[in-house]
Design a protein around this ligand. Structure first.
Ligand SMILES: Cc1cc2nc3c(=O)[nH]c(=O)nc-3n(C[C@H](O)[C@H](O)[C@H](O)COP(=O)(O)OP(=O)(O)OC[C@H]3O[C@@H](n4cnc5c(N)ncnc54)[C@H](O)[C@@H]3O)c2cc1C
Length: 478
């Protein structure tokens, strides 16, 4: 359906622009509350950052953006939805994560804390002490962290977490751990923050990634990440929610009448779409900063990646970058507009655990590294060299490759400004969720809300930004 095909006289209680996980979560929450809802999406398919396509060759199903979903399976909202009934099937690899080192071994993040600790030599005790309390009470911690900062429901647990989370990833790893294996593992986890690892707050995401690995796992989705969005869309339709794809909204004035409008877009796009923001708010938005971009490569392979450390074949996600020092150097260089010779590389190898992703006997895998925002550099050689370093013979297995530099990511998803995959720069201020001031979801224009990953709790396929924005919108309509 296109905008012109919509009955112009029709009005809705709520209209959502953008069918990413947050837009869909907002729409579902509003529809569950009995509101009539329509979602407008510029792309031909729903999903935004959860999208699967045959990027290389027919029969090879690649996750175009997000691939691994600890936050999806952990999401306090998504886990209340009957998504399995609508086709969503999580697949867990035996271990969530492998981090190979140059000595031919891999540090493994296993589902069990005990088994992971055993792999860390003299840091076993320190590792258990760091993560155990959060793993045991993950549900409570998730409730307090996957929302805007407010008085926690579990103050003791949250303060314990906060005292560690507020530190830098490298600072925490270097004080808690004495050996290179645990330090390297935590550096790779901290790199998900897309912050320099010596910056305060970069430990927060590292801890969340680590704890979710044990508490809920890091699943991939059978058939591809797209199926998260398809399941959410199918559930929304059970409430008669309408979804209009292939329709880019340039201005909210072009939308059908609605009591509330929720925008699954980043602040820069919001400025173009909404007239009537006061100057002070416009200036705040203009100052909103975007973070580093990503350069992504997908491969069709004629066999599994030939890892030197065979343990890597037990994990859907593999972190490539060696030691803490090397990872920290690579990640901090990006903030000085440098392209690391040896980037920190996030690899996913879904077809090892999901045979639907590649033709029989073949495999697919994908990888990305961080680059300066808007970078036009081709990082294929650097990414492949990192894989080859830990998997000699890898290049010989490539049948086809598909590259996505930042400009391509932005072309495919307007929210990836300059290739930024997180909806804005990640820093302590944003982690403390004060970037847009006041309620992070309401705007000064009554009835207009923002629900994208630029709002708390930030990036990731969890739908919690959309959920909380919908709760804020419901308060206004009730
Ligand atoms: C390369 C990459 C890898 C990632 N890996 C992971 C991962 O493994 N795990 C994880 O949890 N997260 C990952 N992420 C992050 C995750 O994808 C995002 O945080 C998440 O998708 C944000 O959801 P959202 O709904 O806020 O926005 P998006 O998913 O970006 O969706 C926004 C939607 O709005 C639409 N839109 C924008 N402007 C308009 C307009 N004017 N009119 C109509 N529609 C519009 C877009 O087309 C898009 O569909 C990754 C992201 C990228 C880019």
């Amino acid at each position: 359906m296109t905008l012109s095909e919509i009955d112009a006289s029709r009005s809705y209680d709520a209209v959502v622009v953008g069918a990413g996980p947050n837009g869909l979560a907002a729409a579902v929450k509003l529809a569950q509350a009995g509101l009539s809802v329509a979602v407008f999406e510029s792309r031909a398919t729903v999903g935004g950052g959860v999208c699967t396509a045959e990027l290389t060759l027919p029969g090879f199903q690649h996750d175009v953006f997000a691939a691994v979903h600890p936050l999806g399976i952990a999401s306090p909202f998504l886990r209340t939805l009957p998504l399995a009934e609508h086709g969503l099937e999580w697949i867990h690899s035996p271990a969530p994560l492998a981090h190979p080192l140059d000595d031919g071994t891999a540090v493994m993040l296993e589902r069990s804390v005990e088994a992971t600790a055993r792999n860390l030599g003299k840091d076993a005790r320190a590792y258990k002490d760091l993560v155990d309390p959060f793993v045991k009470h993950w549900d409570d911690l998730a409730d307090d962290t996957l929302r805007p900062l407010s008085f926690p429901s579990h103050p003791l647990l949250f303060s314990r977490f906060g005292l560690r989370a507020i530190r830098s990833a490298s600072g925490l790893a270097e004080t808690v751990f004495g050996g290179p294996r645990a330090r390297a593992l935590f550096a790779g986890l901290g790199a998900h923050s897309i912050m320099p690892l010596d910056r305060p707050g970069s430990a927060a995401i590292g801890l969340v990634m680590c704890v979710t690995g044990h508490a809920v796992g890091w699943p991939i989705v059978k058939g591809g990440s797209q199926n998260i969005a398809e399941a959410m869309a199918a559930y929304l339709r059970t409430f008669k929610g309408e979804i209009v794809t292939g329709t880019a909204i340039e201005s909210v004035e072009k939308l059908p009448k609605a009591r509330v409008i929720l925008l699954d877009v980043t602040p820069r796009q919001m400025l173009q779409m909404v007239r009537g923001f006061p100057d002070g708010y416009k200036n705040k938005i203009k100052r909103y900063r975007y973070g580093p971009g990503a350069f992504k490569v997908e491969w069709a392979l004629d066999g599994p990646i030939p890892w030197r450390a065979a343990d890597c074949l037990r994990a859907a996600t593999v972190h490539l970058g060696g030691t803490l020092k090397e990872i920290a150097n690579a990640e901090s260089g990006i903030w000085r507009d440098k392209h690391p010779e040896r980037p920190f590389v996030f690899v996913t190898q879904q077809s090892l655990f999901d045979p639907t992703r590649a033709p029989e006997g073949k495999h697919m895998a994908g990888a990305y590294c961080h680059v300066p925002n808007g970078s036009g550099a081709d990082m294929t050689a650097e990414i492949e060299a990192q894989v080859e370093r830990f998997a000699p013979g890898f290049r010989d297995r490539i049948i086809e490759r598909h590259q996505m530099p930042p400009a391509e990511l932005e072309r495919l998803n307007a929210n990836c400004i300059g290739g930024d995959i997180a909806g804005g720069v990640q820093n302590l201020r944003r982690l403390l969720q004060t970037s847009l001031g006041g309620s992070p979801y309401a705007t000064p224009v009554r009835g207009v809300f923002v629900c994208s990953s630029s709002t708390p709790p930030g990036a990731g396929v969890h739908g919690m930004c959309g959920y909380h924005a919908a709760v804020a919108a419901l308060r206004q309509v009730s």
